[in-house]
Design a protein around this ligand. Structure first.
Ligand code: ATP
Ligand code: TPS
Ligand code: MG
Length: 320
């Protein structure tokens, strides 16, 4: 089967009607209609086999994660996803793999009603690039640059699950807790509803892909501020708590703040808005935990219960 047949067979049903698609797959480019009063929000992310996911990852998980990490960036901007493009580099046209991959994409694309509107298919080592396009009412996107001194640094969900799953990939034990962590690595949930719920409340936000210590540094730089973090406050899932019991506090902090792959939102909030933000996210069954404080002094610091502080030198995940 050539690449045109491959697209027809596996991806055609991902193109089902979505408002605003003037012209989808099939021409040299797609034509999309942006409604009056909205801004177009665009983000792109690549997954490379062996770098962003273990080589043995199920094709369904690869499809899910490729779209999820892109949707996560739109969630952080408080945007609603509408359309996506898919650039696929494949070593061979393996029908079973493609069918699983398309199924993983569909499992996320359908409930969020995001339509595939174009892409590119080539032979090469396995890599997936998705560009997601979404909408936000003009002026309402949440940026990295809006944090103020005294804002609380909060995170959705729990941190460190995926990083611990990666660390335990070759562990012999594969009980329920390991399976739960592996789900968090393979099938992250983009926090789209949380992003929308935080519109009008959050002063700044970004999604956590490289680890809190690294990503918060980007937010601090964009806002011209620094921050302190309470290492004891970083939220743990029950599976993380169970399987990290034998680790030291430093090792746990490393997984939770430097491991990456969390795909949770990090949000800055004036203290007076915390209760409302937590109530809105509780309605989505999502905890919002205060982990730190924005400060005028540049850089990141750890603040301990006894009042002592020490600089955080760690960065997040770095490719180079
Ligand atoms: N090759 C590139 N050309 C142009 N802009 C780029 C390039 N790579 C990254 N950027 C831009 O740099 C900024 C940071 O990129 P990065 O990929 O680190 O985003 P992120 O959201 O912090 O992390 P993630 O990729 O994990 O979502 C983004 O605005 C992105 O669009
Ligand atoms: C096999 C394997 N090894 C390592 C990791 C960890 N990892 C890779 S890229 C990245 C940051 C996000 O990527 P980017 O900044 O490119 O968006 C992280 C945390 C993984 N997921 N799988
Ligand atoms: Mg991001």
């Amino acid at each position: 089967m050539d690449e045109f047949g491959l697209i027809q067979r596996h991806f055609q049903d991902l193109t089902s009607a979505r408002a605003g698609v003037v012209l989808g797959i099939g021409d040299d480019a797609a034509l999309l209609q942006v409604p009056a009063g909205y801004e177009l929000v665009v983000s792109t992310d690549t997954l490379v086999a062996g770098r962003h996911f273990p080589h043995q990852t199920a094709p369904e998980a690869v499809g899910w994660k490729a779209l999820a990490v892109n949707l996560s960036d739109l969630a952080a901007m408080a945007a609603e996803p509408r359309w996506f493009t898919l650039a696929l580099s494949l070593p061979e046209a393996d029908e079973a793999w493609l069918s699983g991959f398309a199924g993983g994409l569909r499992a996320l694309a359908e409930p969020h009603r995001v339509a595939l509107v174009g892409g590119d298919t080539t032979r090469g080592s396995l890599a997936i690039t998705i560009t997601v396009l979404g909408l936000v009412p003009a002026g309402q996107a949440i940026r990295r640059s809006g944090a103020r001194v005294g804002d609380l640094v909060c995170v959705t969900g729990t941190l460190g699950d995926a990083a611990l799953a990666l660390r335990r990939l070759d562990a012999a034990a594969q009980g329920d807790a390991d399976l739960m962590l592996r789900e968090r690595l393979d099938r992250p949930t983009p926090r789209l509803a949380a992003g929308l719920a935080l519109r009008g409340l959050a002063s700044a936000a970004l999604d956590l892909s490289d680890g809190l210590a690294g990503d918060l540094r980007h937010l601090c730089a964009a806002s011209g501020l620094g921050a302190e973090l309470d290492p004891e406050a970083l939220p743990q899932s029950p599976a993380f708590a169970e399987l990290s019991r034998e680790l030291s506090g430093d090792q746990r902090f490393e997984l939770q703040a430097q491991g990456g792959d969390d795909y949770e939102l990090c949000v800055c909030l004036p203290p007076a808005r915390l209760a409302e933000a937590q109530a809105r996210l509780a309605a989505l069954n999502l905890p919002l935990t205060v982990v730190g404080l924005m400060q005028a002094e540049a850089g990141l610091r750890l603040r301990y219960a006894d009042g002592q502080s020490s600089p955080i030198t760690a960065t997040g995940y770095r490719h180079f």
